[in-house]
Design a binder for this molecule. Structure first.
Ligand SMILES: Cc1ncc(COP(=O)(O)O)c(C=O)c1O
Length: 505
């Protein structure tokens, strides 16, 4: 039986094929091994229908064998319908390949059906991986497109990328500094000093692949398995993942209207090795940590030899009052590792994040980073980003987006307050790219979000940010990527879903 496939293009170009390992001591003839390798690879989807395969001459040369077994393998694959020859234009993977689900007449061919167990033996993964199961998947599915890309200055950005991508140079293509591209670190140090009151010199900055990698590196550098680490409750699921991956024990510390309840943390786990916090705009509740709590946290860390990881993920978007100083800027004992990201101001796939590391920890962090990835995050975008900052596009873009997001937040808050009270209760400061609305007690936010998604409204549930069962559900309503005129209708739909939801006791 054959399955037919539709293609947009006639033939796809030849491309690299995965390496073929031949076993010269095997009783299976070489031609048969080659044919079986192609069958497996095609059925596993690693070679696409229509894709050109290497010529018999080229493959024989690559495998350092005579051309005869390769010719025989290709003849067999053509006869079996896996390959399709084109006179004068090489050979391609057939557009009509044999159905992988039909019983294997090709004895000796291992199963290539995705997900099907290969043997009866157990396929064990670590306990650590099991604790993280589902966390990322659930999160991504409900992630409303976070940034507004319609207003992103794509022409300027592509010009800057082009500027640095037009010549082959060791700077862009060679082994660079694993801490990151020096001029980018200089530009970041200046920006962070001026706008976030971060005290640093560029040698303390490590450029990372998104701030998630900075969180991971910090966890691996600072914590041993089973060390206690304070996390905010509720807090950022990405932090939980990074800490779990390092084997740390999570100590959820409640957040109230002043930020992290430091006294609770001290009572519960005074000897914790680290505290992970979002003091400028608490994720997800949106509160700002008070000055008193900041001092309390810093003095706890200094007294106990603990570390503080400050995740400053979206503080560019504050709509009222002066920009806030970072916790790192208040720290007299170099206890704070400051983590930032360009995901919110630029775009998520840029994957540019950074950590500002206390002087005496720089080498330790560099060692961990080198163990993960010996070269830095791709330099090309760091170069373009340096120019984007230096030429003033960054601050212009932030200013513009701040006005746009402020307007959207205002419209969203007004739309909620126009509805009867007690259904959506807004909490948090005027900042960021989403607002949090608490649901009436007993309403399950996962159920509300699932029903909203059916109406194409994507909201994140507050309960997913809790390490232990939450007292009250809520929704994180992202407004950064929503058109102003769509907001009132969106709010009305969410309200009607909440009203129709069952109250659980
Ligand atoms: C609290 C917090 N930290 C960090 C990030 C950004 O992570 P990344 O830089 O890896 O995209 C996010 C993104 O949503 C976040 O909400």
């Amino acid at each position: 039986m054959a399955t037919s496939h539709e293609f947009a293009v006639d033939r796809l170009p030849a491309s690299f094929i995965p390496p073929i390992a031949l076993d010269f001591s095997s009783e299976t003839p070489l031609y048969r091994q080659i044919a079986m390798w192609f069958q497996r690879t095609i059925l596993a989807g690693q070679l696409q229908p229509g894709q050109r395969v290497p010529s018999t001459r080229a493959l024989a040369k690559e495998l350092r064998i005579s051309r005869i077994p390769v010719l025989s393998a290709y003849e067999l694959l053509i006869a079996e319908g896996y390959f399709q020859p084109f006179a004068g234009a090489g050979t391609c993977v057939s557009r009509s390949i044999p159905d992988p689900f039909s019983p294997p007449e090709r004895e000796g061919l291992p199963s290539a059906v995705p997900g099907e167990p290969k043997s009866a033996a157990r396929r064990m993964v670590s306990r650590r991986a099991a604790t993280m199961r589902g966390l990322a998947r659930a999160w991504m599915q409900l992630c409303a497109g976070c940034t507004d890309l319609d207003h992103f200055p794509i022409r300027i950005w592509s010009k800057l990328v082009r500027r640095h991508s037009q010549k082959a140079s060791a700077d862009t293509m060679g082994y660079g500094n694993s801490m990151g591209y020096w001029p980018f670190r200089e530009a970041l140090a200046e920006y962070l000093g001026a706008f976030r009151a971060v005290k640093c010199d560029p040698s303390q900055i490590m450029v990372t692949t998104g701030s998630q990698q900075a969180l991971q590196i910090s966890a691996l550098a600072l914590l041993d398995p089973d060390d206690d680490a304070w996390i905010e409750e509720p807090g950022y699921p990405g932090t939980q993942q990074a800490l779990k991956a390092a084997g740390a024990r999570l100590v959820p510390v409640p957040v109230d209207g002043h930020g992290l309840d430091v006294a609770y943390g001290i009572r519960t786990a005074n000897r914790a090795r680290a505290a992970y916090v979002t003091p400028s705009h608490q994720f997800p509740l949106g509160v700002t940590m008070s000055a008193a709590r900041r001092m309390e946290l810093l003095s706890w860390a200094a007294r106990n030899g603990a570390w503080i990881v400050e995740d400053d993920y979206d503080s560019e978007y504050r709509f009222s009052g002066n920009p806030l100083a970072s916790l790192q800027g208040l720290d007299a004992d170099e206890r704070v590792i400051y983590v930032g990201t360009l995901t919110k101001v630029m775009f998520p796939t840029l994957r540019l994040g950074f950590a500002v590391i206390p002087h005496d920890l720089v080498e330790t962090f560099a060692d961990i980073r080198n163990a993960m990835d010996t070269i830095s995050t791709p330099v090309l975008h760091q170069m373009a980003m340096t120019d984007f900052i230096r030429e003033g596009h960054f601050s212009r873009h932030i200013k513009r987006m701040r006005a746009i997001y402020m307007e959207r937040r205002k419209v969203l808050a007004e739309a909620i307050s126009a509805e009867p009270p007690g259904i959506l209760e807004v909490v948090g400061d005027e900042a960021g790219m989403y607002l949090v609305a608490l649901l009436p007690p007993g309403i399950d936010d996962v159920e509300v979000a699932t029903r909203a998604a059916r109406m194409s409204i994507r909201v994140r549930e507050l309960s997913r940010c809790y390490a232990s069962p939450p007292g009250r559900g809520g929704l994180m309503l992202g407004y950064a990527n929503v058109k102003v005129e769509e907001i009132p209708a969106m709010v009305r739909s969410v309200i009607s879903i909440v009203r129709a939801s069952r109250v659980r006791h």
